[in-house]
Design a binder for this molecule. Structure first.
Ligand SMILES: NC(=O)c1ccc[n+]([C@@H]2O[C@H](COP(=O)([O-])OP(=O)(O)OC[C@H]3O[C@@H](n4cnc5c(N)ncnc54)[C@H](OP(=O)(O)O)[C@@H]3O)[C@@H](O)[C@H]2O)c1
Length: 263
């Protein structure tokens, strides 16, 4: 049973697909594709801290943008980086060989929908084929909210005026935890939506303004029509929980300050 997903944009809602070939024993040796990316790095960190041995794929080994991976706890012994492109089947086979599980997280951040289709479709098929070749027992594939959204248009908004749309927010640390949960739970199967808080843009801005009054915020909002609601009920039934929105907002602002994005 394989699921192939097309994705069109980034939004903080993560559908994930769990493809279980069969389950047996301890699956402590896993591969993470796109290990140097935003979510991939958190997944690697979470796996290492749970005593997994990780094969991480990157496209440019040696590049300074992956330096943070080698600084993770247990990385010196338990993390090995492999050069791999999802469009290059052979490179994936080398990275996945010897692993009992795969977290397929790699995906380009596109400027057009065309840029994402080939890596999403052909890349995912290559990953799944390499998993069969290496007798991998379980595969967790991360996708984008656009894969389940009825209208995956790029958001076109300015800074002064914002559409008062529903924003779906989930903390990346909770996503990493969700991925490990669906990997480890034998009962996990099929597709999971991973989103935590659903809040109107205006309410989110009001909340942020009350917590961080020193920053600039949109001045007006335009109303939109009815929107689709989605939920992570299935994931929660599996045992997933998430942190409060306020904690995510405070930690996000802190990390933006640390990175020099905010004063
Ligand atoms: N961030 C979000 O808010 C968000 C929300 C919903 C869903 N998601 C989903 O989460 C996944 C990861 O997103 P992200 O935010 O972590 O993105 P990211 O930080 O841009 O990381 C993407 C990773 O994919 C790798 N990659 C891109 N094209 C590749 C290719 N052809 N072959 C191999 N690796 C390739 C990149 O590798 P290199 O390091 O080699 O460049 C990079 O490490 C995506 O499926 C995305 O749709 C993210």
């Amino acid at each position: 049973m394989f699921n192939v997903i097309s994705k069109a944009s980034k939004c903080p809602m993560f559908p994930m697909y769990c493809v279980s070939v069969f389950q047996k024993g301890h699956w402590k040796s896993v591969c993470v594709t796109g290990a140097g990316g935003y979510l991939g790095s958190w997944v690697v960190k979470h796996l290492l801290s749970n005593n997994y041995t990780v094969h991480g794929t990157v496209r440019q080994p040696g590049d300074a943008k992956y330096a943070h991976l080698n600084q993770l706890e247990r990385a010196p012994h338990n993390l090995q980086l492999f050069k791999a492109n999802v469009l290059d089947y052979g490179s994936l086979c080398s990275a996945i060989a010897g692993c009992t599980g795969v977290f397929h997280v790699a995906s380009p951040v596109p400027s057009t929908i065309e840029e994402v289709i080939e890596p999403a479709v052909k890349g995912t098929l290559n990953v799944l084929k390499a998993c069969v070749e290496s007798n991998v027992k379980r595969v967790v594939v991360v996708s984008s909210g656009s894969a389940v959204s009825l209208n995956p248009r790029w958001p076109v908004e300015g800074y002064d005026t914002l559409e008062n749309k529903l924003r779906k927010i989930v903390d990346v640390r909770d996503v990493a935890q969700a991925l490990l949960l669906v990997y480890e739970k034998p009962a996990a199967e099929g597709r999971y939506i991973c989103t935590a808080h659903t809040i109107k843009a205006r309410d989110l801005v009001d909340k942020l303004r009350s917590m961080f009054p020193q920053y600039n915020y949109p001045k007006s909002f335009t109303e939109v029509g009815e929107e689709d609601m989605i939920s992570s009920e299935k994931l929660q039934r599996l045992g997933w929980s998430y942190r409060p929105l306020e904690e995510t907002l405070v930690d996000s602002i802190e990390s933006y300050k640390k990175a020099g994005i905010l004063d």
